[in-house]
Write a protein that binds this ligand. Structure first.
Ligand code: PHE
Length: 344
């Protein structure tokens, strides 16, 4: 028989067989019978070697075409059978009535979660990775790795909770800097929100448990103007208006130079009101250029790379955004208070 006829024969047979298929197992058998190692189509391929060049080319094309048709047909049939199966399963299942209207979702997000997610979205859109970090950390990560050596007076800036196993509750999100810098290397940009703990007396504006969001950006020409740009863009998104910022010198061992970033009061626009205690400016976010020691300790060449870091107080930001005056609301578990802060 001519090759062309053989191909036609296989095709006709396939079409006929496909008509009576009613299960996935059967379909699989047919797949193997045609496309498998010893399948009919594979067999046709093997016959090609006996043909001359021209005939080989022509038959080769025809076989390939058939092969493609058969694969497509089987794939389509397979989805069809699976859909039918799923539908049948649903109909047999009497536990659910899928035609009932859905109940509205109840519950609300915590105000800090709302602000955190909003910030994550903003930073993600600017190319920052979002990272999570432990709450129990080594002293090394919390202090040494961010340039606060043992017995350095700067350790007293943050009243630390020490655990029996020698580790600490992280006092700031900067404790993750070393790990994140090592993970990404240079260049990188990442934010890492997290819960922090400090041994503080609690009152309306102090908590021993609060949230921060750290951000870092490292690259070959990163400067203070990059820092200002990202902070301004992010804050303008959060407050939904143009925000003016200013930098004042601030000291933190892991940045050099270090700053306190203030925003012009978003309530009065700088003329003075109770929110800004009449000063026109609100202290918002410590930040600075990452100290070369911190880069070096994370294995990054501090001659080649520079970067900025900031430690945004998420709890503070949530208080400002929602006009919450008492920080104790956040950890109170008082649903009546917390449920007010829904966003759609
Ligand atoms: N980790 C500092 C703090 O909690 C804040 C900070 C972060 C300052 C990054 C500068 C750069 O007090």
């Amino acid at each position: 028989m001519e090759m062309k006829d053989k191909i036609e024969q296989v095709k006709a047979r396939f079409q006929e067989e496909m008509q009576s298929i009613c299960g996935t197992e059967e379909l699989e058998k047919i797949r193997v019978a045609y496309l498998g190692k010893k399948g009919l189509i594979t067999d046709l391929m093997k016959n090609l070697k006996d043909l001359n060049a021209d005939a080989k080319r022509e038959a080769g094309q025809q076989i390939n075409q058939l092969k493609q048709q058969v694969s497509e047909f089987i794939a389509a049939k397979s989805s069809e059978l699976e859909a039918a199966l799923a539908q049948a399963r649903l109909q047999q299942d009497t536990r659910y009535d899928i035609s009932l209207p859905a109940k509205p979702v109840t519950g609300t997000l915590h105000p800090i979660t709302i602000v955190q997610r909003e910030l994550e979205d903003i930073f993600r859109s600017m190319g920052f990775a979002v990272e999570d970090f432990k709450e129990v950390v080594t002293e090394y990560d919390n202090f040494e790795a961010v340039n606060i050596p043992k017995y350095h007076p700067a350790r007293d800036m943050q009243d630390t909770y020490y655990l029996d196993n020698g580790q600490v509750l992280k006092t700031h999100t900067s404790a993750a800097q070393n790990t994140i810098l090592r993970k990404y290397g240079a260049p990188c940009r990442a934010i890492f929100p997290g819960r922090c703990f400090r041994n503080e007396a609690i009152d309306a504006s102090h908590e021993n448990t609060f949230f921060q969001m750290e951000g870092i950006m490292v690259g070959e020409d990163i400067s203070i103007s990059n820092l200002i740009y990202f902070m301004k863009t992010m804050l303008s998104e959060v407050f939904q208006k143009d925000i003016t910022v200013r930098l004042r010198p601030g000291f933190f061992p892991f940045v050099e130079p270090g700053f306190e970033l203030d925003i012009q009061c978003h309530v009065c626009g700088g003329t003075g009101c109770p929110t800004c205690k009449q000063g026109g400016w609100i202290e918002l976010c410590p930040c600075g250029m990452i100290h070369p020691n911190v880069l070096t300790m994370a294995g990054i060449d501090s001659e080649k790379y520079t970067g900025f870091a900031f430690g945004l107080g998420l709890t503070r930001l949530a208080m400002m955004k929602f006009g919450i005056r008492d920080i104790r609301v956040f950890n109170s578990g008082n649903l009546k208070s917390l449920e007010q802060f829904t966003i759609q």
